[in-house]
Design a protein around this ligand. Structure first.
Ligand SMILES: *Cc1c(COP(=O)(O)O)cnc(C)c1O
Length: 393
């Protein structure tokens, strides 16, 4: 934990308080409650090498980025956080800091398609091996860990787009037994709903583009850890390779994070209402939402998460034609890639977000549509889903 977690009393503050205050002290020179966005790329020195606040050149350090990093570390219960220009830039920096030619990565067979593409097509050229596996099968995963001795175990829970839940604590134990580093992509859950470092993971990565930014208006990524040696290596890659977040992006992300707790509560309540309302509808073959007791990961999710989140997917009984018709008939939900913003979105994974993994084990059925449930009035969302389903029967 960072010192930002503690108030003057030394008592650990709650999540929503930390989201608003960690790293966000008022500006000491003017008293501005919202610290200014620092656009300067360079800093005046009081004599050679005599820096005022430790700042020299903006790739190496920027106060607005530092404020975001302190906020991110505090929320994930980490000691170190680094922010990047995108989620994939964060993943790239982390993997380069950790992997060497000949190393192997073991990853869930339902991770974000871009993560799979990064490791397979970019790291593959540098002699990094990749195996994907069903991480819900702990026995098979244990055998793969022992057989492959991977440097990294990469997992994402809830997964995209089928919302599979994997047991972070059990997998971390199994991976640590063979010396693997456990990375959790916590983009879907956010630290409000799930804290992988507390559950035993070594590193958390984020696409802050999604729920943390929360308004679909800023791209970004982050790496958070408690491991000082790893942190130093990631910090070096951030500085030396340079995929840093710009000051305006860092500031927008910081602003978004301040409302994360209230947004996640509403995303979760709205998603739960929609999942329950479509369950058993004749046009819907399956509903994938961990908040439903019928979801195979329901009990595990209830144990390792504070709530079930705002993402769900539906498998339409009428297959691809019905899925396309449904996705194109929604009106409050916009047909678009991405997720995690205040506005509701519908995505057709097999041709949109997951087109890059067609023909791999990450391929998604063409009967599936994914909903990123926003924080609009739930009655309007329910009515929209109902009118789109009526067209299918
Ligand atoms: C979007 C996303 C990423 C990639 O992040 P970018 O900000 O688009 O680079 C990684 N993981 C998950 C789960 C995502 O949803």
């Amino acid at each position: 934990m960072t010192d930002h977690d503690h108030g003057d009393s030394g008592i650990l503050h709650g999540f929503a308080t930390r989201a608003i205050h960690a790293g966000q002290a008022f500006d000491p020179t003017t008293g501005a409650v919202i610290p200014p966005v620092h656009f300067s790329t360079t800093y005046a020195q009081d004599g050679i090498g005599n820096l005022r606040g430790g700042y020299e050149y903006a790739r190496g350090g920027n106060p607005t980025r530092d404020a975001l990093q302190a906020q991110l570390a505090s929320l994930e219960g980490g000691s170190f956080a680094y922010s990047f220009a995108s989620g994939l830039a964060a993943e790239d920096a982390l993997l380069r800091a950790v992997l060497r030619p000949g190393d192997h990565v073991l990853m869930g067979n339902d991770v974000y398609g871009g993560t799979h593409r990064l490791v397979r097509r970019i790291f593959g050229d540098w002699q990094i091996g990749l195996t994907t596996i069903e991480l819900g099968d702990l026995e098979a995963t244990g055998a793969a860990l022992t057989g492959l001795r991977p440097r990294v175990l990469w997992l994402e829970t809830p997964s995209n787009p089928l919302m599979k839940i994997t047991d972070i604590t059990a997998l971390a134990e199994a991976a640590h037994a063979v010396g693997a580093l456990v990375v959790v992509d916590n983009t879907f859950a956010t630290p409000y709903l799930q804290q992988p470092l507390v559950l035993g993971a070594d590193v958390v990565v984020h696409s802050t583009t999604k729920y943390l930014g929360g308004h679909s208006d800023v791209l970004g990524g982050a790496v958070v850890t408690n491991d000082a040696e790893l942190a130093e290596a990631v910090a070096f890659h951030q500085f030396a390779a340079g995929a840093v977040s710009g000051p305006m992006d860092a500031w927008l992300t910081t602003r978004g994070i301040k409302t994360l707790a209230v947004r996640m509560d509403r995303h979760t309540a709205n998603a739960q209402a929609i999942a329950e309302s479509v369950l058993g509808h004749s046009a819907v073959a399956r509903v994938h939402y961990p908040g439903l007791p019928s979801h195979p990961g329901h009990e595990l999710a209830a144990r390792q998460m504070r709530g079930f989140g705002g993402m769900l997917s539906l498998e339409l009984a009428g297959g691809a034609a019905a899925a396309r018709r449904f996705a194109e008939s929604l009106q409050v939900f916009s047909l678009a890639e991405s997720l995690g913003g205040v506005e509701s979105l519908v995505n057709y994974p097999s041709e949109m977000t997951h087109a890059s993994v067609r023909g791999t084990d990450l391929e998604v059925s063409d009967a599936v549509v994914r909903l990123s449930v926003g924080i609009e009035d739930v009655a309007d969302l329910l009515a929209d889903v109902r009118q789109a389903l009526v067209r299918l029967v």
